[in-house]
Design a protein around this ligand. Structure first.
Ligand code: ZN
Length: 283
């Protein structure tokens, strides 16, 4: 098990993934199609809402969080985004308060994936070296880069690294039994996706922003924000490959921001009105 500080940021011995949840924490209903695809598209002004999610891979007594969302303060600073509530509150309602989340994968360091990291002061954070290097490098003050990551979140990761809590990865890695991360790049330099292999089940590939919508990976249409467009195409190929299990069975690619996720999977609110419209089971 990857843990940098003994006793901290460690999954229990023998931990295996049993369930994967998708948690919705914000939405932007006024978004239009033109915002989501590179280049000219027909009917670009058509309504195409975007949702914001984190993912929770759960097992006995502990869970791995994939991405850390953004906070209500950030939603206020970025018009159009409606915050629905802390994703960590949903995780707690599922039985996984922050003390039971020793491990967080940051797929990339855009503002909508890092906001609650400061609420997980003991967790080990798994992030790609290329991503840390970019957001602490000389280009962050230029154009879109200056606004799409949150300086306080980046600084928090730098501090966490000094504290020994950041697992800086150079490429693909297994971070727990059945859980692997894959460095694909494209959207950002260190964009990584998470593959969950639960015994006896087809793989689940948490694409995050390697494919914001089904339409990106399924129709070979890059998202509007791309660090390297050719690598984004390669990432689509990699996602399709990662979704195939060892016996050739076809698994699931879960897009990072597609409201279709809320229709495709099973609500996991357990009848709790506070969780309605907030959480689905991917199995
Ligand atoms: Zn995103």
């Amino acid at each position: 098990m990857r843990a940098l500080i003994p006793g901290r940021g460690t999954l229990p011995e023998g931990w295996m993934p049993e369930q994967v949840y998708v948690i919705r924490y914000a939405t932007r209903p006024t978004a239009v199609a033109a915002e989501h695809f590179m280049g000219h598209i027909a009917h670009g002004e058509a309504s195409m809402p975007i949702d914001y999610f984190v993912w929770l891979i759960t097992g006995p007594d502990a869970a791995i969080l994939v991405d850390a969302g953004f906070t209500p303060e950030t939603a206020e600073a970025r018009p159009g985004r409606e915050h629905l509530g802390s994703p960590l509150e949903v995780a707690k309602a599922l039985g996984y308060p922050v003390e039971r989340i020793p491990s967080v994968v940051v797929t990339h360091m855009h503002y909508d994936h890092t906001g609650y990291l400061g609420h997980l002061p003991d967790a080990t954070v798994h992030v790609q070296e290329a991503e840390m290097a970019f957001w602490t490098g000389r280009h962050v003050r230029r154009g879109l880069y200056a606004t799409i990551a949150h300086p306080d979140d980046v600084a928090g990761l730098v501090r966490a690294n000094f504290d020994g809590r950041v697992d800086i990865l150079s490429g693909d890695a297994e971070i727990a039994p059945g859980i692997t991360v894959h460095h694909l790049g494209g959207h950002t330099p260190g964009m990584q996706v998470v593959r969950v292999q639960i015994p006896g089940r087809a793989p689940i590939v948490l694409a995050s922003d390697a494919s914001h919508f089904d339409a990106n990976v399924c129709e070979d249409r890059p998202f509007s924000i791309a660090h390297e467009t050719p690598r984004m195409y390669d990432a689509f190929d990699a996602l399709h490959q990662l979704a195939v299990g060892t016996a050739g069975e076809r698994g699931t690619i879960v897009p990072g921001h597609d409201p279709a996720v809320t229709e495709r999977f099973t609500p996991a609110d357990g009848g709790d009105p506070r969780l309605a419209g907030r959480v689905w089971s991917l199995l």
